[in-house]
Design a protein around this ligand. Structure first.
Ligand SMILES: [Zn+2]
Length: 95
């Protein structure tokens, strides 16, 4: 683990640097585009697959209009915070 931290420049906790993954989804019901972001420092929960660390983040988004459809998203990142999988229900990802 310390090797990986050195390799990928794991920063000390005093670092002010913020690291966000930004995404947009489109509500399946009304078509509203909702932007969201994942705080890669605070929003992730670690799980282990085989011997690999993977990081999950799940969020529920709602548009600002009258539509009450919830759009649920789930992201999976590698230990280097590279996105490796994403799921959405109630809407679709747009890029
Ligand atoms: Zn909607």
């Amino acid at each position: 683990m310390s090797f990986l931290k050195k390799l990928f420049g794991g920063s000390p906790s005093t670092s002010p640097q913020k690291n966000y993954y930004v995404f947009s989804v489109k509500c399946r019901r009304c078509g509203e585009v909702i932007e969201g972001r994942v705080d890669l420092n605070n929003d992730l929960s670690v799980e282990y697959e085989d011997d690999n660390e993977v990081y999950y983040s799940r969020k529920t988004l709602m548009g600002s209009g009258k539509c009450f459809q919830r759009v649920e998203v789930e992201f999976k990142f590698s230990s280097t915070r590279t996105l490796i999988d994403q799921q959405v229900s109630g809407g679709e990802f747009i890029s």
